[in-house]
Design a protein around this ligand. Structure first.
Ligand SMILES: Cc1cc2nc3c(=O)[nH]c(=O)nc-3n(C[C@H](O)[C@H](O)[C@H](O)COP(=O)(O)OP(=O)(O)OC[C@H]3O[C@@H](n4cnc5c(N)ncnc54)[C@H](O)[C@@H]3O)c2cc1C
Length: 386
């Protein structure tokens, strides 16, 4: 039971899209008897929409990341860097990987997703990941090293690629290609996908266009190809083939953070926390969640995409407010379809919206404008930030 003299403890886990909006609204001061603590695995949060552009060399790192501590403190909260390892709803506490126990009255998760299989020892040791998103900095350093290794390689091609042919995998391999090309590095790039086609769920015309772009840039696309093992400099493909790979990025289908399965809260078959229309756990109304880490009980097929996480931000805030002040939580209904723009790393982007498809510089300019507007909305909350 909470001592009535004590302020209510609101814990936000993860610094992703929806929590940025909760922070912004908390900063307006309409919940005075609440203390807000954000715990996130990294001191920065890298905005996924601009991450491929960062890897391609189109943006500097400062342009694509938020520094969480200054932002949280400007909004009147406290930031702590740490990874939540487990959630204990009966005790109203989370435990961090360093063993610290952190109690809460209300907790909200915005911890994103993990690529399936990324926790296997082989993948963890020999492949790069971009989830959590801040791991992209390590990948960037590997690409920089690859560019410098030209002389040692005596002109030998650098073999690199991505496992997983979803939108993120497509953007990342194109970004790697663009970066290495601009650095003058000889390269042999690949995209491996276990399913029968890449970009599953996208219209056929869109997929055809992307395959043409891959062909023009000599990037090998291997569909229907399962990876059986990951070695330091190679992938073992099912059937016994060995694919040389100095660098592999693991970006297979999304699964939930294991912390949800062990919490005793209801999860779906991929381990995402099940939430109601008010973004509350269907098991415990003191636990909230938004973005990739949740599955909506009433809209289970909602895509795991940043645009949905952004739209959930205001709903999450209203739902948390209702939990603090009393009243009915809002009802979130995901929009039908969304504007999809993939950065192809060559100054152009491939845009798809309700059957309209175009690959152009204009589409990149639109994406660039949308992404900068998003960054600016939160960066300007911190007085001294650029
Ligand atoms: C390369 C790439 C490009 C993409 N481009 C687009 C795009 O253009 N448009 C689009 O709509 N979607 C895009 N996506 C999908 C998009 O990234 C996700 O849908 C979106 O990031 C989900 O937002 P989120 O806030 O739920 O999680 P995230 O953005 O993943 O944020 C999770 C946060 O939680 C923190 N965290 C994670 N685990 C823990 C833990 N255990 N304890 C504490 N903190 C933790 C992380 O450090 C991070 O701050 C892209 C994905 C990738 C990989």
């Amino acid at each position: 039971m909470r001592d009535p003299g004590r302020r209510l403890r609101l814990l936000l886990v993860g610094g992703g899209h929806s929590h940025l909006e909760v922070l912004r609204r908390f900063g307006r001061g309409s919940l005075p008897n609440v203390e807000l603590l954000m715990i996130s695995a990294y001191a920065e949060h890298h905005y996924s929409g601009m991450v491929p552009g960062f890897l391609a060399g189109q943006y500097r790192e400062e342009s694509v990341r938020f520094l969480l501590e200054p932002l949280v403190s400007a909004m009147g909260g406290v930031f702590r860097q740490g990874s939540v390892a487990s959630l204990h709803p009966a005790d109203q506490a989370v435990v961090l990987t360093d063993g610290t126990r952190v109690p809460y009255d209300l907790v909200s998760f915005g911890v994103g997703s993990r690529p399936a299989g990324s926790q296997s020892a082989e993948v963890a040791s020999h492949a790069s990941v971009v989830k959590p998103m801040s791991r992209v900095v390590e990948l960037h350093h590997r690409l920089l090293a690859a560019a410098k290794s030209e002389s040692e390689g005596a002109g030998k091609a650098y073999h690199a690629g991505v496992v997983g042919g979803g939108a993120a995998g497509v953007e990342i391999v194109l970004a790697m290609d663009a970066f290495l090309r601009d650095e003058g590095r000889r390269r042999d790039l690949f995209l491996v996908e276990a399913g029968e086609s890449i970009l599953e769920g996208y219209p056929r015309g869109f997929r055809r266009l992307i395959l043409r772009i891959f062909a023009d840039r000599s990037i090998r696309v291997m569909t229907g190809t399962r990876v059986a093992g990951v070695e330091p400099e190679a992938l073992l493909l099912a059937g016994g083939r060995r694919l040389e790979a100095h660098l592999t990025v693991w970006l297979t289908g999304a699964v939930g953070d294991p912390l949800f399965r062990t919490s005793g809260l209801a999860v779906d078959e991929r381990g995402f926390m099940l939430v109601d229309d008010g973004l509350r756990s269907v098991t415990d109304q003191r636990v909230f969640g938004a973005g990739d880490c949740v599955t909506l009980e009433n809209y289970p097929d909602t895509p795991k995409a940043g645009v949905y996480a952004v739209r959930q931000g205001p709903v999450l805030w209203e739902s948390l407010r209702a939990a603090v002040l009393g009243g009915r939580p809002p009802r979130y209904r995901p929009q039908d379809g969304f504007l999809s723009i993939l950065n192809t790393g060559d100054g152009k982007a491939l845009l798809h919206y309700k059957g309209f498809i175009v690959h152009s510089r204009w589409a990149f300019s639109l994406k660039d404008w949308i992404d900068h507007r998003f960054m600016e909305k939160y960066k300007r909350l911190v007085p001294s930030s650029s």
